[in-house]
Design a protein around this ligand. Structure first.
Ligand SMILES: Cc1cc2nc3c(=O)[nH]c(=O)nc-3n(C[C@H](O)[C@H](O)[C@H](O)COP(=O)(O)OP(=O)(O)OC[C@H]3O[C@@H](n4cnc5c(N)ncnc54)[C@H](O)[C@@H]3O)c2cc1C
Length: 427
Protein backbone atom coordinates (compact mmCIF):
# COMPACT_ATOMS: atom_id res chain seq x y z
CA UNK A 1 0.00 0.00 0.00
CA UNK A 2 2.75 2.41 0.94
CA UNK A 3 4.77 1.52 -2.13
CA UNK A 4 1.61 2.06 -4.18
CA UNK A 5 1.40 5.51 -2.64
CA UNK A 6 5.02 6.14 -3.56
CA UNK A 7 4.35 5.16 -7.16
CA UNK A 8 1.18 7.20 -7.19
CA UNK A 9 3.22 10.14 -6.01
CA UNK A 10 5.43 9.76 -8.99
CA UNK A 11 2.44 9.42 -11.29
CA UNK A 12 0.73 12.51 -9.90
CA UNK A 13 -2.85 11.84 -10.93
CA UNK A 14 -3.46 8.90 -8.61
CA UNK A 15 -1.89 10.87 -5.81
CA UNK A 16 -4.68 13.40 -6.14
CA UNK A 17 -7.24 10.65 -5.69
CA UNK A 18 -5.41 9.13 -2.73
CA UNK A 19 -4.84 12.46 -1.00
CA UNK A 20 -8.50 12.90 -0.32
CA UNK A 21 -8.82 9.50 1.39
CA UNK A 22 -5.50 9.50 3.17
CA UNK A 23 -5.40 12.62 5.21
CA UNK A 24 -8.78 14.18 4.81
CA UNK A 25 -9.05 15.20 8.46
CA UNK A 26 -5.65 16.78 8.84
CA UNK A 27 -2.62 15.21 7.25
CA UNK A 28 -0.26 12.35 7.57
CA UNK A 29 1.38 10.89 10.63
CA UNK A 30 4.61 8.95 10.46
CA UNK A 31 5.46 6.71 13.40
CA UNK A 32 9.04 5.45 13.37
CA UNK A 33 9.47 2.36 15.51
CA UNK A 34 6.79 -0.30 15.80
CA UNK A 35 7.23 -1.38 19.41
CA UNK A 36 4.50 -0.88 22.05
CA UNK A 37 5.06 2.90 22.28
CA UNK A 38 4.91 3.43 18.53
CA UNK A 39 1.89 1.18 18.04
CA UNK A 40 0.01 3.01 20.79
CA UNK A 41 0.81 6.36 19.15
CA UNK A 42 -0.28 4.97 15.77
CA UNK A 43 -3.61 3.85 17.18
CA UNK A 44 -4.34 7.26 18.67
CA UNK A 45 -3.33 9.07 15.47
CA UNK A 46 -5.48 6.80 13.31
CA UNK A 47 -8.36 7.27 15.75
CA UNK A 48 -8.02 11.04 15.26
CA UNK A 49 -8.50 10.58 11.53
CA UNK A 50 -4.95 10.92 10.32
CA UNK A 51 -3.37 8.78 7.67
CA UNK A 52 -0.80 6.75 9.62
CA UNK A 53 2.30 4.91 8.50
CA UNK A 54 4.41 2.89 10.95
CA UNK A 55 7.96 2.35 9.70
CA UNK A 56 10.39 -0.06 11.36
CA UNK A 57 13.88 -1.25 10.51
CA UNK A 58 13.12 -4.87 11.35
CA UNK A 59 11.30 -7.39 9.12
CA UNK A 60 8.41 -7.49 11.62
CA UNK A 61 7.11 -5.26 14.42
CA UNK A 62 7.42 -5.35 18.20
CA UNK A 63 10.11 -7.99 18.49
CA UNK A 64 11.13 -6.87 21.97
CA UNK A 65 7.53 -7.12 23.15
CA UNK A 66 7.46 -10.69 21.88
CA UNK A 67 10.75 -11.40 23.67
CA UNK A 68 9.32 -9.90 26.87
CA UNK A 69 6.53 -12.47 26.62
CA UNK A 70 8.99 -15.36 26.62
CA UNK A 71 9.58 -15.02 30.36
CA UNK A 72 5.96 -14.05 31.16
CA UNK A 73 4.63 -10.73 29.87
CA UNK A 74 4.32 -8.47 32.91
CA UNK A 75 2.00 -5.80 31.53
CA UNK A 76 1.64 -3.52 34.51
CA UNK A 77 1.45 -3.40 38.30
CA UNK A 78 -1.99 -3.23 39.85
CA UNK A 79 -1.39 -0.36 42.24
CA UNK A 80 -2.56 3.23 42.69
CA UNK A 81 -0.85 6.10 40.92
CA UNK A 82 1.22 7.38 43.87
CA UNK A 83 3.20 4.19 44.59
CA UNK A 84 3.45 3.56 40.87
CA UNK A 85 5.07 6.96 40.30
CA UNK A 86 7.65 6.17 42.98
CA UNK A 87 8.95 3.34 40.80
CA UNK A 88 10.05 5.90 38.23
CA UNK A 89 12.22 7.78 40.74
CA UNK A 90 13.00 11.33 39.67
CA UNK A 91 11.08 10.85 36.40
CA UNK A 92 7.84 10.20 38.28
CA UNK A 93 7.00 13.89 38.26
CA UNK A 94 7.50 14.08 34.47
CA UNK A 95 5.42 10.97 33.80
CA UNK A 96 2.62 11.83 36.27
CA UNK A 97 0.11 13.27 33.75
CA UNK A 98 0.82 10.48 31.29
CA UNK A 99 0.40 7.71 33.85
CA UNK A 100 -2.71 9.40 35.20
CA UNK A 101 -4.15 9.23 31.69
CA UNK A 102 -2.97 5.67 31.07
CA UNK A 103 -1.90 3.81 34.18
CA UNK A 104 -2.43 0.35 35.61
CA UNK A 105 -6.24 0.30 35.17
CA UNK A 106 -6.11 1.55 31.59
CA UNK A 107 -3.36 -0.91 30.63
CA UNK A 108 -5.51 -3.75 31.93
CA UNK A 109 -8.61 -2.49 30.13
CA UNK A 110 -6.60 -2.09 26.93
CA UNK A 111 -5.23 -5.66 27.14
CA UNK A 112 -8.71 -7.04 27.89
CA UNK A 113 -9.99 -5.06 24.91
CA UNK A 114 -7.52 -7.04 22.82
CA UNK A 115 -9.09 -10.27 24.04
CA UNK A 116 -6.56 -11.05 26.78
CA UNK A 117 -7.69 -12.69 29.98
CA UNK A 118 -5.48 -11.31 32.75
CA UNK A 119 -4.40 -12.41 36.20
CA UNK A 120 -2.78 -10.52 39.03
CA UNK A 121 0.08 -12.23 40.87
CA UNK A 122 0.57 -12.04 44.65
CA UNK A 123 2.86 -9.01 44.28
CA UNK A 124 0.36 -7.11 42.13
CA UNK A 125 2.07 -7.83 38.82
CA UNK A 126 -0.41 -8.22 35.97
CA UNK A 127 0.06 -10.87 33.27
CA UNK A 128 -2.02 -12.23 30.41
CA UNK A 129 -3.24 -15.70 31.41
CA UNK A 130 -1.38 -17.16 28.43
CA UNK A 131 1.77 -15.36 29.71
CA UNK A 132 3.08 -14.66 26.22
CA UNK A 133 2.75 -11.57 24.05
CA UNK A 134 1.96 -13.06 20.64
CA UNK A 135 -1.87 -13.32 20.93
CA UNK A 136 -2.06 -9.73 22.22
CA UNK A 137 0.23 -8.44 19.48
CA UNK A 138 -1.66 -10.31 16.76
CA UNK A 139 -4.97 -8.84 17.93
CA UNK A 140 -3.44 -5.36 18.16
CA UNK A 141 -1.93 -5.46 14.69
CA UNK A 142 -5.26 -6.68 13.32
CA UNK A 143 -7.07 -3.78 14.98
CA UNK A 144 -4.50 -1.29 13.66
CA UNK A 145 -4.87 -2.71 10.16
CA UNK A 146 -8.64 -2.33 10.41
CA UNK A 147 -8.12 1.28 11.46
CA UNK A 148 -6.16 1.86 8.24
CA UNK A 149 -2.67 2.01 9.77
CA UNK A 150 -0.08 1.09 7.17
CA UNK A 151 3.18 -0.66 8.00
CA UNK A 152 6.55 -0.49 6.26
CA UNK A 153 9.22 -2.89 7.48
CA UNK A 154 12.97 -2.95 6.77
CA UNK A 155 12.94 0.85 6.67
CA UNK A 156 15.78 2.31 8.72
CA UNK A 157 15.44 5.91 9.77
CA UNK A 158 18.53 8.01 8.98
CA UNK A 159 17.62 11.44 10.34
CA UNK A 160 16.44 14.46 8.38
CA UNK A 161 17.38 16.58 5.44
CA UNK A 162 15.65 19.86 6.23
CA UNK A 163 12.01 18.94 6.83
CA UNK A 164 12.27 15.62 5.05
CA UNK A 165 12.55 12.37 6.96
CA UNK A 166 15.19 10.05 5.52
CA UNK A 167 15.03 6.27 5.32
CA UNK A 168 17.13 3.49 3.90
CA UNK A 169 14.77 0.88 2.46
CA UNK A 170 15.35 -2.33 0.52
CA UNK A 171 14.38 -0.34 -2.58
CA UNK A 172 16.92 2.39 -1.82
CA UNK A 173 16.91 5.73 0.01
CA UNK A 174 13.54 7.37 0.60
CA UNK A 175 12.30 10.78 1.80
CA UNK A 176 8.98 11.53 3.47
CA UNK A 177 7.45 14.80 4.58
CA UNK A 178 4.65 13.88 6.97
CA UNK A 179 2.58 16.45 8.82
CA UNK A 180 3.69 14.99 12.16
CA UNK A 181 6.20 12.36 13.18
CA UNK A 182 6.33 10.25 16.34
CA UNK A 183 9.69 8.69 17.12
CA UNK A 184 9.40 5.51 19.21
CA UNK A 185 12.79 4.00 18.59
CA UNK A 186 13.35 2.15 21.86
CA UNK A 187 16.40 2.10 24.13
CA UNK A 188 19.90 0.79 23.56
CA UNK A 189 19.79 -2.91 24.43
CA UNK A 190 19.01 -6.14 22.59
CA UNK A 191 20.09 -4.67 19.25
CA UNK A 192 19.15 -7.87 17.46
CA UNK A 193 15.49 -7.10 18.25
CA UNK A 194 15.74 -3.68 16.59
CA UNK A 195 16.49 -1.07 19.26
CA UNK A 196 20.19 -0.35 18.90
CA UNK A 197 20.15 3.27 20.10
CA UNK A 198 21.88 4.43 16.90
CA UNK A 199 19.10 7.02 16.55
CA UNK A 200 20.80 9.13 19.24
CA UNK A 201 23.22 10.64 16.71
CA UNK A 202 20.31 12.37 14.94
CA UNK A 203 18.84 14.09 18.01
CA UNK A 204 19.81 16.84 20.41
CA UNK A 205 19.45 16.46 24.17
CA UNK A 206 20.15 12.75 24.55
CA UNK A 207 21.55 11.56 27.90
CA UNK A 208 24.02 8.68 27.51
CA UNK A 209 22.49 5.20 27.72
CA UNK A 210 23.24 3.03 30.73
CA UNK A 211 22.16 -0.57 31.35
CA UNK A 212 19.13 -0.90 33.61
CA UNK A 213 17.38 -3.99 34.93
CA UNK A 214 20.58 -5.82 34.23
CA UNK A 215 22.81 -8.42 35.79
CA UNK A 216 26.06 -7.52 37.54
CA UNK A 217 29.51 -9.02 37.13
CA UNK A 218 31.34 -10.92 39.84
CA UNK A 219 34.12 -13.48 39.67
CA UNK A 220 33.31 -16.68 41.53
CA UNK A 221 35.73 -19.22 42.91
CA UNK A 222 35.64 -22.69 41.33
CA UNK A 223 33.45 -24.15 44.03
CA UNK A 224 30.52 -21.99 42.88
CA UNK A 225 30.50 -23.53 39.37
CA UNK A 226 28.05 -26.24 40.42
CA UNK A 227 25.52 -23.54 41.36
CA UNK A 228 25.49 -21.53 38.12
CA UNK A 229 21.90 -21.05 36.96
CA UNK A 230 20.47 -21.64 40.43
CA UNK A 231 18.15 -19.17 42.14
CA UNK A 232 18.79 -17.72 45.57
CA UNK A 233 15.18 -17.50 46.69
CA UNK A 234 13.22 -15.45 49.22
CA UNK A 235 15.91 -12.96 50.19
CA UNK A 236 15.93 -9.22 50.68
CA UNK A 237 18.55 -7.29 48.75
CA UNK A 238 19.68 -3.83 49.84
CA UNK A 239 21.74 -1.19 48.06
CA UNK A 240 21.99 2.57 48.41
CA UNK A 241 18.93 2.94 50.64
CA UNK A 242 16.75 0.78 48.36
CA UNK A 243 15.61 -2.74 49.01
CA UNK A 244 14.11 -5.49 46.97
CA UNK A 245 12.44 -8.67 48.19
CA UNK A 246 12.69 -11.57 45.80
CA UNK A 247 15.27 -13.81 44.25
CA UNK A 248 18.34 -13.65 42.08
CA UNK A 249 20.28 -16.17 40.06
CA UNK A 250 23.95 -17.12 40.31
CA UNK A 251 25.37 -17.01 36.79
CA UNK A 252 28.80 -17.81 35.43
CA UNK A 253 29.57 -14.11 35.08
CA UNK A 254 27.91 -12.81 38.25
CA UNK A 255 24.31 -12.38 39.37
CA UNK A 256 21.07 -11.79 37.47
CA UNK A 257 17.32 -11.82 38.02
CA UNK A 258 14.38 -9.76 39.24
CA UNK A 259 15.65 -9.04 42.75
CA UNK A 260 18.83 -7.52 41.37
CA UNK A 261 17.16 -5.68 38.47
CA UNK A 262 15.12 -3.69 40.94
CA UNK A 263 18.33 -2.31 42.45
CA UNK A 264 20.22 -1.81 39.21
CA UNK A 265 20.04 1.99 39.29
CA UNK A 266 21.69 2.14 42.73
CA UNK A 267 24.19 -0.62 41.94
CA UNK A 268 25.10 1.08 38.67
CA UNK A 269 26.02 4.16 40.72
CA UNK A 270 28.37 1.99 42.79
CA UNK A 271 26.22 1.34 45.90
CA UNK A 272 27.30 -1.73 47.89
CA UNK A 273 25.00 -4.77 47.81
CA UNK A 274 24.07 -6.71 50.92
CA UNK A 275 21.84 -9.77 51.01
CA UNK A 276 19.56 -10.63 53.92
CA UNK A 277 19.27 -14.41 53.85
CA UNK A 278 16.77 -14.40 56.73
CA UNK A 279 14.43 -11.50 55.91
CA UNK A 280 11.67 -12.82 58.19
CA UNK A 281 13.84 -13.43 61.25
CA UNK A 282 15.16 -10.65 63.49
CA UNK A 283 18.92 -10.62 64.07
CA UNK A 284 18.45 -11.32 67.81
CA UNK A 285 16.27 -14.36 67.24
CA UNK A 286 18.67 -15.68 64.62
CA UNK A 287 21.65 -15.21 66.97
CA UNK A 288 19.83 -17.20 69.69
CA UNK A 289 19.12 -19.98 67.22
CA UNK A 290 22.78 -20.08 66.23
CA UNK A 291 23.90 -20.18 69.85
CA UNK A 292 21.63 -23.18 70.48
CA UNK A 293 23.48 -25.21 67.80
CA UNK A 294 25.89 -27.86 69.07
CA UNK A 295 29.42 -26.52 69.51
CA UNK A 296 32.05 -28.03 67.21
CA UNK A 297 29.52 -28.50 64.39
CA UNK A 298 31.07 -27.96 60.92
CA UNK A 299 30.33 -24.64 59.22
CA UNK A 300 28.29 -26.38 56.50
CA UNK A 301 26.22 -28.26 59.08
CA UNK A 302 25.53 -25.13 61.10
CA UNK A 303 24.24 -23.36 57.99
CA UNK A 304 22.14 -26.37 56.98
CA UNK A 305 20.58 -26.58 60.44
CA UNK A 306 19.66 -22.92 60.17
CA UNK A 307 17.61 -23.87 57.11
CA UNK A 308 19.83 -22.60 54.29
CA UNK A 309 19.65 -24.61 51.06
CA UNK A 310 22.74 -25.69 49.09
CA UNK A 311 23.08 -22.57 46.95
CA UNK A 312 22.72 -20.22 49.93
CA UNK A 313 25.25 -22.25 51.92
CA UNK A 314 27.69 -22.05 49.02
CA UNK A 315 27.18 -18.32 48.79
CA UNK A 316 27.83 -17.84 52.49
CA UNK A 317 30.98 -19.92 52.35
CA UNK A 318 32.13 -18.05 49.26
CA UNK A 319 31.77 -14.67 50.94
CA UNK A 320 32.30 -15.27 54.67
CA UNK A 321 34.73 -18.16 55.06
CA UNK A 322 35.91 -18.54 57.80
CA UNK A 323 32.51 -18.07 59.46
CA UNK A 324 32.42 -15.82 62.52
CA UNK A 325 32.27 -17.92 65.68
CA UNK A 326 29.77 -16.01 67.83
CA UNK A 327 26.01 -16.20 67.25
CA UNK A 328 25.54 -12.44 67.16
CA UNK A 329 28.34 -11.89 64.61
CA UNK A 330 27.18 -14.71 62.36
CA UNK A 331 23.54 -13.59 62.55
CA UNK A 332 24.58 -10.09 61.60
CA UNK A 333 26.60 -11.39 58.64
CA UNK A 334 23.79 -13.65 57.40
CA UNK A 335 21.36 -10.76 57.50
CA UNK A 336 23.73 -8.42 55.66
CA UNK A 337 25.91 -10.65 53.50
CA UNK A 338 28.17 -8.28 51.54
CA UNK A 339 28.29 -9.27 47.88
CA UNK A 340 30.99 -7.28 46.07
CA UNK A 341 30.26 -6.67 42.39
CA UNK A 342 32.43 -5.61 39.46
CA UNK A 343 29.87 -3.40 37.67
CA UNK A 344 26.94 -4.00 35.34
CA UNK A 345 26.94 -6.68 32.67
CA UNK A 346 27.13 -5.54 29.05
CA UNK A 347 24.39 -3.14 28.02
CA UNK A 348 23.09 -5.20 25.13
CA UNK A 349 21.88 -7.87 27.56
CA UNK A 350 20.01 -5.41 29.80
CA UNK A 351 16.21 -5.64 29.95
CA UNK A 352 16.07 -1.86 29.48
CA UNK A 353 18.31 1.18 29.34
CA UNK A 354 18.37 4.40 31.30
CA UNK A 355 19.30 7.57 29.43
CA UNK A 356 17.79 8.78 26.17
CA UNK A 357 15.99 11.91 25.09
CA UNK A 358 15.83 14.20 28.13
CA UNK A 359 12.84 15.94 29.63
CA UNK A 360 14.44 19.27 28.71
CA UNK A 361 14.58 18.27 25.05
CA UNK A 362 10.78 17.90 24.75
CA UNK A 363 7.74 19.98 25.73
CA UNK A 364 4.75 18.88 27.85
CA UNK A 365 3.32 17.06 24.82
CA UNK A 366 6.61 15.20 24.24
CA UNK A 367 7.29 17.31 21.15
CA UNK A 368 10.96 17.88 20.37
CA UNK A 369 11.78 21.49 21.16
CA UNK A 370 14.38 21.44 18.40
CA UNK A 371 11.91 20.14 15.81
CA UNK A 372 8.25 21.18 16.07
CA UNK A 373 5.90 18.55 14.69
CA UNK A 374 8.14 15.68 15.82
CA UNK A 375 7.27 13.83 19.04
CA UNK A 376 8.96 11.04 21.00
CA UNK A 377 7.68 8.17 23.16
CA UNK A 378 8.64 4.99 24.92
CA UNK A 379 11.94 3.76 26.22
CA UNK A 380 13.89 6.24 24.08
CA UNK A 381 12.89 8.92 26.61
CA UNK A 382 15.15 9.42 29.61
CA UNK A 383 13.19 7.71 32.37
CA UNK A 384 14.08 4.57 34.24
CA UNK A 385 12.10 2.04 36.24
CA UNK A 386 12.51 -1.47 37.64
CA UNK A 387 10.81 -4.46 36.05
CA UNK A 388 7.38 -5.22 37.41
CA UNK A 389 5.28 -3.98 34.48
CA UNK A 390 6.51 -0.39 34.89
CA UNK A 391 8.44 -0.41 31.63
CA UNK A 392 5.57 -1.37 29.36
CA UNK A 393 3.15 0.83 31.26
CA UNK A 394 5.30 3.92 30.68
CA UNK A 395 5.90 2.95 27.03
CA UNK A 396 2.16 2.69 26.42
CA UNK A 397 1.39 5.84 28.43
CA UNK A 398 3.98 7.98 26.64
CA UNK A 399 2.92 6.50 23.28
CA UNK A 400 -0.65 7.56 23.97
CA UNK A 401 0.45 10.99 25.18
CA UNK A 402 2.72 11.70 22.22
CA UNK A 403 0.08 10.34 19.82
CA UNK A 404 -2.57 12.65 21.26
CA UNK A 405 -0.29 15.68 21.19
CA UNK A 406 0.79 14.89 17.63
CA UNK A 407 -2.84 14.51 16.54
CA UNK A 408 -3.73 17.85 18.16
CA UNK A 409 -0.77 19.47 16.45
CA UNK A 410 -1.66 18.00 13.07
CA UNK A 411 -5.33 18.91 13.34
CA UNK A 412 -4.63 22.44 14.55
CA UNK A 413 -1.58 23.36 12.55
CA UNK A 414 -1.39 21.16 9.52
CA UNK A 415 -1.61 22.79 6.16
CA UNK A 416 -4.09 21.19 3.73
CA UNK A 417 -3.53 17.47 3.94
CA UNK A 418 -0.49 16.04 2.23
CA UNK A 419 -0.58 12.34 1.49
CA UNK A 420 2.69 10.46 1.91
CA UNK A 421 2.61 9.76 -1.77
CA UNK A 422 2.91 13.43 -2.67
CA UNK A 423 5.83 14.11 -0.39
CA UNK A 424 7.75 11.01 -1.25
CA UNK A 425 10.42 10.91 -3.89
CA UNK A 426 13.17 8.41 -4.64
CA UNK A 427 16.62 9.78 -4.85
C1 LIG B 1 14.00 -10.03 27.74
C2 LIG B 1 13.10 -8.86 28.02
C3 LIG B 1 12.00 -9.02 28.85
C4 LIG B 1 11.17 -7.92 29.13
N1 LIG B 1 10.07 -8.12 29.92
C5 LIG B 1 9.27 -7.06 30.22
C6 LIG B 1 8.10 -7.25 31.01
O1 LIG B 1 7.72 -8.39 31.36
N2 LIG B 1 7.37 -6.15 31.36
C7 LIG B 1 7.74 -4.89 30.94
O2 LIG B 1 7.07 -3.93 31.32
N3 LIG B 1 8.79 -4.70 30.13
C8 LIG B 1 9.57 -5.75 29.77
N4 LIG B 1 10.64 -5.57 28.95
C9 LIG B 1 10.93 -4.20 28.45
C10 LIG B 1 9.99 -3.81 27.31
O3 LIG B 1 9.89 -4.86 26.37
C11 LIG B 1 10.53 -2.54 26.63
O4 LIG B 1 10.69 -1.53 27.61
C12 LIG B 1 9.58 -2.05 25.55
O5 LIG B 1 9.46 -3.00 24.51
C13 LIG B 1 10.05 -0.72 24.95
O6 LIG B 1 9.05 -0.29 24.04
P1 LIG B 1 9.36 0.80 22.95
O7 LIG B 1 8.18 0.80 22.03
O8 LIG B 1 9.77 2.05 23.58
O9 LIG B 1 10.66 0.26 22.17
P2 LIG B 1 10.92 -1.13 21.42
O10 LIG B 1 9.96 -2.17 21.85
O11 LIG B 1 12.37 -1.39 21.58
O12 LIG B 1 10.61 -0.77 19.91
C14 LIG B 1 11.41 0.13 19.18
C15 LIG B 1 11.26 -0.16 17.70
O13 LIG B 1 11.98 0.84 16.98
C16 LIG B 1 12.62 0.22 15.89
N5 LIG B 1 13.78 1.04 15.51
C17 LIG B 1 14.86 1.36 16.25
N6 LIG B 1 15.70 2.15 15.54
C18 LIG B 1 15.14 2.32 14.32
C19 LIG B 1 15.50 3.04 13.15
N7 LIG B 1 16.64 3.76 13.08
N8 LIG B 1 14.67 3.02 12.09
C20 LIG B 1 13.50 2.33 12.12
N9 LIG B 1 13.11 1.61 13.21
C21 LIG B 1 13.91 1.62 14.30
C22 LIG B 1 13.01 -1.16 16.40
O14 LIG B 1 13.20 -2.08 15.35
C23 LIG B 1 11.83 -1.52 17.29
O15 LIG B 1 10.85 -2.27 16.62
C24 LIG B 1 11.46 -6.64 28.61
C25 LIG B 1 12.56 -6.48 27.77
C26 LIG B 1 13.39 -7.57 27.47
C27 LIG B 1 14.56 -7.38 26.56
Amino acid sequence: MVSEDIQAGEKGGQAEAKRGQAGDKGGTALVIGGGPAGLMAAEVLAGAGLSVLVADRMPSLARKLLMAGKSGLNLTKAEPLTPMLRAYGESGDWLRPMLRAFGADQVQAWARGLGQELFIGSTGRVFPRVMKASPLLRAWLRRLDEAGVEVATRWTWRGWDGAQVLFDTPEGPLRLAPTVTVLALGGGSWARLGSDGAWAEHLEGVAPFAPSNCGFRRSWSDHMAGHFGQPVKAVTLRAGGHESRGEFVISRGGIEGGGIYALSAALREGAALVVDLFPDTAAGALAEKIDRLRKGESAGNRLRKLGLDAVKRALVMEVLRPLPGGGAELAHALKALPLALDGPQEMDRAISTAGGLTRAAVDEGLMLRARPGTFAAGEMLDWDAPTGGYLLTACLATGLWAGRAAADYALADAPASIAFSEATARR
